[in-house]
Design a protein around this ligand. Structure first.
Ligand code: SAH
Ligand code: SF4
Length: 415
């Protein structure tokens, strides 16, 4: 683990990005992915006293130890037995970059097969009556199959789903760093790499671990799951009933444009997404957040604002406008702030609650997947040129109202 002092920014020392896995995966499950019963069962089967399981759980969830070696309460033979069956930490190495004067910490984590995933810890000092917050944005997949063209993770393509412990261990890393300063993590958002609802079983297990008072112990209301609109996944989340916050990455209210910006819209069009989100709001009583990444000249016109207002009229919803973070290999740039403000005012005057979020960590590439993309190296110039031309062409057709005839991305359309 490379720890940096606050305010210091240094370049990564060069974790090698695996565009695909470089080494075989470590098959031993991570301890953080086990339920309390599974852990207790393992000890009971081997005839160990129950208090040993509790000691291990305390070590995993106490946020003081980085490895089993550091846990002095356990006998060495037991640590060896445990270590042969499980991993204390599924993140093999991490590097940190700081930005925003130390308020944003971007971590690049290397997994056992060499893949890299990112998490971002954002500190919000106490302001007015609001308490200080420490929010961690985590990854659910290595890469992403959805392929939104303004997203660096989308450009990387899909590698694999993360295991439950690989998701939770990003949180344990941040909690350990915070604990050293006597602080606690207050919020977790699934807004890093990957589409959480396309790895739903593992994401649900990790949420259960984070939410469980005997494990991480974070209230459901402090956990946000962001989706690009996997309708069956939203319905499954709703059926489970807990009060997590659902964030929907909308980006466009008009189908032709959304087909291009969020390619799984070709499978689940925007009306279906909003309907599923409405059911979630009605069932849980929680307001849905709609995210709109603002791209200059593409989805930021008055017509777009009006279509959005029409779509969300009467919804228990809240819109978050986020100027696009510059991403290599796209022909697009962020909507200028005055235009974002006009767009917000138009939505508000139509009765839609709207806020503007300026992205944290832009100087270190905090938009999901950007660091990993940086490590992936440059594609050939001709590939970049073709991609840009294709995006200009597709978005121009979408802006004329023509629906995309491109197929649904592979691995996305199955119910
Ligand atoms: N796959 C999920 C969650 C991860 S992406 C989803 O799409 O919701 C998290 C958020 O980052 C999404 O709202 C996504 O649209 C946004 N995002 C991706 N690339 C971005 C960029 N270049 N600038 C601003 N926001 C971006
Ligand atoms: Fe995947 Fe979300 Fe990026 Fe789209 S924005 S490619 S769904 S991670």
């Amino acid at each position: 683990m490379t720890e940096l002092q606050p305010q210091v920014v240094v370049p990564f020392r060069g974790l090698r990005l695996a565009p695909s896995a470089t080494t075989p995966r470590d098959e031993r499950p991570g301890l953080a992915g086990l339920t309390t019963d599974e852990l207790a069962g393992w000890f009971a089967e081997r005839g160990h006293p129950a208090f040993r399981a509790r000691q291990v759980a305390n070590a995993v969830w106490g946020h003081r130890h980085a490895s089993l070696d550091e846990v002095t309460t356990l006998p060495v033979p037991l640590k060896e037995e445990l270590g042969a069956a499980f991993r204390f930490d599924t993140v093999e190495d991490s590097e940190l970059r700081l930005a925003d004067g130390g308020l944003t910490e971007k971590a690049l984590h290397r997994l056992s097969d060499g893949l890299l995933v990112e998490s971002v810890l954002m500190h919000y000092p106490a302001r007015g009556g609001a308490r200080e917050r420490h929010t961690l944005c985590i990854s659910s997949q290595a890469g992403c199959a959805v392929g939104c063209p303004f997203c660096a993770t989308g450009e990387l393509g899909y590698e694999r789903d993360l295991e439950t412990a690989e998701i939770v261990d990003q949180v344990r890393h941040a909690a350990r760093r915070l604990a050293r300063d006597g602080k606690r993590l207050t919020n977790v958002v699934f807004m890093g790499m990957g589409e959480p609802l396309l790895n739903l079983d593992r994401v649900l297990e990790s949420i259960a671990a984070l939410n469980d008072a005997d494990r991480f112990g974070l209230g459901a209301r402090h956990i946000t799951v962001s989706t690009s609109g996997v309708v069956p996944g939203i319905r499954r989340l709703t059926a489970l009933g807990p009060q997590f916050t659902l964030a929907v990455s909308l980006h466009a209210a008009r189908n032709a444009l959304r087909d291009v910006l969020v390619p799984l819209n070709r499978r689940w069009p925007v009306e279906q997404v909003v309907e599923a989100a409405r059911e979630h709001a009605e069932t849980t009583g929680r307001r849905v957040t709609y995210e709109v990444t603002m791209i200059d000249g593409i989805n930021d016109t008055d017509e777009d604002a009006d279509a959005l207002a029409e779509l969300l009229r009467g919804e228990h919803a809240h819109v978050n406008l986020i100027p696009m973070n510059a991403v290599a290999h796209t022909p697009w740039t962020a909507t200028p702030l005055p235009r974002v403000e006009q767009f917000a005012a138009r939505l508000r005057s139509a009765g839609v609650a709207t806020t503007i979020r300026i992205n944290r960590g832009m100087e270190i590439g905090a938009a999901c997947g950007q660091l990993a993309a940086e490590h992936a190296g440059q594609p050939a110039p001709i590939v970049v040129q073709r991609r840009r031309e294709r995006l200009v062409d597709e978005s121009a057709r979408a802006l004329r109202g023509e629906r995309s005839d491109e197929p649904v991305p592979v691995g996305v359309g199955d119910d």
